[in-house]
Design a protein. Structure first.
Length: 363
């Protein structure tokens, strides 16, 4: 990994986590047909541009997982997994437990409506609580444990933590992925095939195929590193930026005409991934992000969903429903939540530094 790529990865942490917060800032209880400008802004940000963030996070994780790996053996595999116990498993469990406690509080005081699959945390048995750390559909009895584990269609009680769960699954599968991206024959077949399967199989805004998303983009990053692909060449590719802008414009048109297909949406994500990498490489070494923002990325990710959902629900309930107010509220919500969580991380780090470290994945 070159210094330029290393700086680009460090630089990516702040914009990517902010894009994830914007992705979840969608005002679900608004009749968008009455507010065309607000509708287009929301579509552009929450449904198009921000959809690049999670795939790129997976790709970066795959790239870093296999950095300086010349061959995959059992000793290295155990070492990699051991490191991810601290960086992924521990914060994953802690954030899910915090969300369980938060749901007790929210439901008890009826702060906002909570949508469930038929059960709330007050109805959970001990077994249900344990399953909720992996897949709430199993806890609710909607899916069998076998189906929920094998297909990964549900999510843990901290919904957004499906990313960490599936990143751990990809890490467990890393020896298989390494073989497929490094084998002289398989490396030319595996990546195109799995990307095509992902593009066709993942429905637009669907709640299925999480494992497929994680493995696909984790494999993309792994393939680039293991095969020593010169990623820096993307920096000078102006065409990809132009093509992506055009693709986004077409997607907005298709969205407004109710003719947007999941395949076109996924192709736009792939173009956006290349475009964002190009932008990050261009800015690498020229733009710096305050260390506080980079260091708190995982903590912000862990806590953002509960606070952005609460913020959005309260804004929808209390602000006047006209286009101007809705646009301002929508744009301000992620900024407020991000600022609040960074502040929480700074305070927690000073008062309970060990807890802050655990929640931040040891970072």
């Amino acid at each position: 990994m070159t210094e330029k790529i290393s700086k680009a990865i460090t630089l990516s942490r702040f914009p990517l986590i902010f894009l994830v917060i914007v992705l979840h800032s969608y005002f679900a209880e608004i009749d968008y047909s009455q507010y065309p400008v607000f509708s287009n802004i929301t579509c552009l940000l929450s449904f198009v541009v921000t959809r690049v963030a999670v795939p790129l996070f997976f790709a970066i994780s795959g790239y870093l997982f296999f950095n300086k790996v010349e061959t995959m053996n059992l000793k290295l595999y155990k070492s990699k997994l051991k490191k991810r116990v601290k960086s992924l498993l521990v914060p994953y469990i802690l954030w899910n437990i915090l969300f369980v406690l938060a749901y007790f509080f929210i439901i008890k005081f009826q702060l906002v409506p909570v949508h469930t699959d038929g059960k709330t945390v007050y109805d959970y048995s001990l077994t249900d609580f344990l399953w909720s750390l992996y897949n709430t559909k199993i806890s609710a009895g909607v899916e069998t444990p076998f189906y929920g584990i094998v297909y990964g269609t549900g999510s843990p009680i901290a919904y957004h933590m499906w990313f960490v769960r599936d990143l751990m699954v990809a890490s467990i599968l890393s020896p298989i992925i390494y073989f497929l991206v490094s084998n002289r024959v398989a490396r030319f077949i595996y990546l195109p095939v799995i990307i095509m399967v992902w593009a066709y199989a993942i429905p637009f805004l669907g709640d299925v195929g999480y494992y497929l998303s994680s493995v696909t983009f984790f494999s993309l990053g792994a393939w680039a590193n293991v095969n020593k692909i010169n990623i820096e060449k993307i920096e000078s590719c102006n065409r990809i930026l132009v093509i992506y802008v055009l693709a986004v414009g077409i997607e907005l048109y298709l969205y407004n005409t109710k003719s947007l297909s999941s395949l076109y949406h996924n192709v736009t994500i792939l173009l956006g991934l290349l475009a964002l990498v190009s932008i990050l490489l261009r800015l690498s070494g020229k733009v710096s992000v305050p260390k506080m923002l980079s260091d708190s990325t995982f903590f912000v990710y862990g806590g953002h969903l509960m606070f952005i959902l609460l913020t959005v629900k309260l804004l929808q309930r209390y602000i006047p429903h006209n286009e101007g107010y809705l646009i301002i509220a929508y744009l301000c919500a992620p900024i407020m939540v991000y600022t609040f969580l960074v502040g929480c991380w700074v305070v927690l780090k000073r008062i309970f530094p060990r807890l802050a470290e655990w929640l931040n994945g040891g970072r």
